[in-house]
Design a protein. Structure first.
Ligand code: SAH
Length: 347
């Protein structure tokens, strides 16, 4: 695909420019854009575009449409997709059906370089970063598949979004385009393991997205053992960046905390969590999402007991920290990301 234009990464305005350079009128660009937003996987299927222009498009541009290779549907309506990229890379997306609308969880990289100890996505490292078009295409193709509008997006699939910063920002602008999918930034969450300098950058983008921080431990020793990124930017650096993000955007921050049996789930850990959040995030609305760890065979971690979770929650409550235990959508299809991709690589 070298030297070819990644047409699905163009904004509506950029597409008009590109089509004008080919000597074609604006309305042709608008027609092509409509086909793209509806999920075209080839230029040939754009049936009101003249053959000559289709030839030119094939010569100058490529379409990074995500191709569905597998779909698992859960009893609760959650569905997980394995998508293949133009070069054969495979990634995952999950659609969650809530009473208030459809939310998609998308991947930002093929694999992940971050090395978190409990995570399936990082088992074999990273192959490459995804293009803006490849993130957009996950939304478009899933919307096409379910035949309903997607209202919200979480960047919580495979990969570390802030490790693919430029492409993620471009994707956010594309998906928010009024002429395109027009998904509101307020309905988008970005989850990060804590690449601190990029959190400061993100605060300056003036995008009203929700930031979600994968914290998973409240002291540096435990967190560094679970998440190597903590050795570079520790809890203090991370939470200071969060406070800056809130000061700049006014957006609430949510913290993800995976409960792993015997590692980070006793009452002392809950007290520590409440204390660090109190210390660094004093005047900010925060929310803690507790997630019983999904056992990943290669990792040997097991989830906390029901009783252990209850005690953890009650310590947070006593300390006035709002916490919810995440509803386990799609557990029958291994809906947490990385597992399908890993399985495919094994076969
Ligand atoms: N790289 C980003 C986004 C991808 S992971 C990040 O780290 O936030 C999405 C969320 O799932 C993160 O909070 C991650 O820590 C969590 N996660 C990964 N593996 C998990 C597992 N086995 N069980 C439960 N949560 C897991």
């Amino acid at each position: 695909m070298e030297n070819k234009i990644d047409i699905l990464s163009l904004s509506h305005a950029e597409l008009r420019e590109f089509i004008a350079e080919l000597g074609e009128p604006k309305y042709r660009a608008d027609q092509i854009y409509t086909f793209l937003m509806r999920g075209a996987s080839s230029f040939e299927e754009m049936n009101n575009i003249p053959k000559k222009l289709i030839e030119k498009l094939n010569e100058k541009a490529f379409l990074a449409t995500a191709k569905q290779v597998q779909k698992l549907t859960s009893a609760d309506g959650t569905a997980k997709y394995l998508y293949e990229m133009y070069d054969g890379e495979k990634i995952e997306s999950v659609i969650m059906r809530y009473h208030y609308g459809n939310t998609i969880c998308i991947s930002s990289e093929a694999g992940c370089p971050m090395g978190c100890a409990f995570c399936a996505s990082t088992l074999s490292g990273i192959s490459r970063k995804l293009l803006p078009s490849e993130m957009l295409s996950q939304v478009i193709q899933t919307q096409k598949d379910i035949g309903e509008r997607i209202d919200g997006i979480v960047l919580m699939g495979i990969g570390e979004p802030l490790d693919n910063y430029e492409n993620v920002i471009k994707f956010l602008r594309l998906v928010n385009d009024e002429k395109g999918l027009n998904i509101g930034l307020r309905h988008i969450s970005l989850s990060t393991c804590g690449i601190v300098p990029r959190i400061y950058d993100l605060a300056k983008e003036e995008m009203a997205i929700t930031l979600s921080i994968s914290l998973h431990a409240a002291n540096d020793e435990t967190r560094s053992a679970l998440m190597p990124v903590n050795k570079k930017w520790n809890i203090e650096a991370l939470l200071t960046a969060c406070a800056d993000y809130f000061a700049a955007t006014g957006r609430r921050i949510s913290f993800e905390y995976t409960l792993i049996n015997g590692k980070n789930d006793n009452e002392e850990a809950a007290r520590e969590l409440a204390a660090v959040l109190r210390k660094y995030c004093k005047n900010m609305p925060i929310h803690v999402n507790l997630i019983p760890v999904n056992a990943v065979k290669e990792r040997g971690f097991t989830p906390s007991s029901k009783d252990g979770i209850k005690k953890f929650v009650s310590v947070l409550e006593k300390n006035h920290i709002v916490a919810t235990v995440r509803r386990h959508l799609g557990s029958d299809i291994n809906a947490s990301c990385g597992q399908l991709r890993a399985k495919k690589a094994e076969n």
